[in-house]
Design a protein around this ligand. Structure first.
Ligand code: IPM
Ligand code: MG
Length: 400
């Protein structure tokens, strides 16, 4: 009975998946408190270039951060470190999504800035290893993918809290071809995983003076897992009496995001991993494209800051890598500053990026040699951060 054998093999595989996920739940129960950077000196910031345009835009962003943090570096409070080896060539050669020595160097830093890395897919010539992003999120338990989208002139100020370690991603590379005809993937949602992301969203709302959180699911159809996410939202919300919340379905949400009559209603949004992956690309497009959006991958102990887009190998092949827009990495840098407690500096960098990229545009990037290089754009951003007219120029932009 070939079929009985297939089913038994599948049951065994499923059993292993369950054991791994239950072990993860136990680990989450033991997890420590949030890292307090005010006690740490020096704070070590690792830089991982990645693939394609990654090393270029990561270097552009690092140059900006080094200038903004020059006093802190001089005082020995902050240290920058370059980590080599998170490249597709090295990862493929070692058949590891993150080579172990690289992972060790990452763990020796408090936070990292990471350029985009190539994600292999079946048939693209590279071994089909797990995405470096997904792997890093899992290894360092970076459970909160925080993705802000701002269009101040349209009153859009959204912060997405995408769960980053569960859902279809938790065992995304351990799905099962039960027979030649039946393929099954697993969706994982846990109490602990839902609670910590939803709590992070509510806490962010509270810290930044927001009064509404939107929870996005498809709980009318995906009843068990999304149902749990929604139940936990209900429970967590009770700890935040000043903050209202509402559940939305992902399909209607994709429409609401592009509805000008609705856009201002959303402030902080929390959602499971895959819905968050998709919705944040849509949201980034409203701000000017994925090239303009930064992303924080935050855990209680480690954090990693990155662009939300890919490595654009074509730009490198065509010799245009130095013209790649580093705004996304600089936005990620602003999030890192905020995360480390340099909140004012992070705010200034964000306002400068608004002014430089969305309003004045005195230095324009086109992605080609008829536009500025990432380095020139970076110089423009630093000059704008350091200019006493920054706030008035930003006000002019918001009122334009
Ligand atoms: C993202 C990316 C990744 C993801 C890919 C590269 C695996 O799309 O950061 O949104 O799906 O999470
Ligand atoms: Mg994505």
């Amino acid at each position: 009975m070939a079929q009985a054998q297939d089913i038994n093999a599948a049951k065994e595989h499923f059993g292993t998946v369950l054991e791994q996920q239950l072990a993860r739940v136990e680990a989450m129960k033991r997890e420590g408190p949030w890292m307090d950077y005010s006690n740490i000196s020096p704070i070590i910031i690792g830089n991982l270039g990645g693939d394609g345009i990654g090393p270029y835009i990561a270097a552009d962003a690092q140059r900006v951060l080094e200038q903004l943090l020059a006093d802190e570096v001089a005082a020995g409070k902050v240290q920058f470190r370059t980590i080599e080896g998170l490249t597709i060539e090295n990862r493929a050669a070692q058949l590891q999504s993150i080579p172990l020595d690289v992972l060790e160097e990452i763990r020796a830093c408090h936070v990292t800035m990471k350029g985009p890395t190539h994600t292999p897919e079946q048939g693209d010539g590279w071994p089909n290893i797990e995405s470096a992003n997904v792997s890093m999120r899992k290894h360092l338990d970076l459970f909160a993918n925080v993705r802000p989208v701002r269009v101040p002139a349209q009153g859009i100020d959204w912060t997405f809290f995408r769960e980053n370690t569960e859902d279809m991603y938790a065992v995304g590379s351990q799905g099962l071809n039960v027979t030649d005809d039946l393929a099954i993937d697993f969706r994982v949602i846990t109490t602990q995983g839902s609670r910590r992301i939803i709590d992070a969203a509510f806490a962010h709302a509270k810290r930044t003076g927001k009064d509404h959180v939107t929870i996005v699911t498809k709980a009318n159809v995906v009843k068990t897992t999304d149902g749990k996410f929604l139940d936990i939202a209900r429970e967590v919300s009770e700890n935040y009496p000043g903050i209202s919340w509402e559940g939305w379905y992902i399909d209607l949400m994709t429409a609401a995001l592009i509805n000008p009559a609705r856009q201002k209603d959303f402030q902080v949004l929390a959602l499971p991993n895959l819905y968050g992956d998709i919705l944040t690309d849509e949201a980034a497009q409203i701000q000017g494209g994925v090239g303009t959006a930064g992303s924080a991958n935050v855990g209680k102990q480690y954090s990693m800051f990155e662009a939300i887009h890919g490595s654009a190998p074509r730009m490198v092949r065509e010799g245009r890598a130095q013209y790649a827009d580093p705004s996304s990495m600089m936005r990620a840098g602003a999030m890192m500053l905020d995360h480390l407690g340099y909140t004012e500096l992070g705010g200034k960098l964000n306002r400068a990026l608004d002014v430089c990229g969305q309003y004045e545009r005195s230095v324009v990037m086109t992605g080609r040699s008829n536009g500025a290089t990432g380095q020139e754009f970076g110089d423009y951003v630093v000059a704008t951060v350091n200019d006493s007219s920054l706030d008035s120029r930003w006000e002019a932009y918001v009122n334009s």
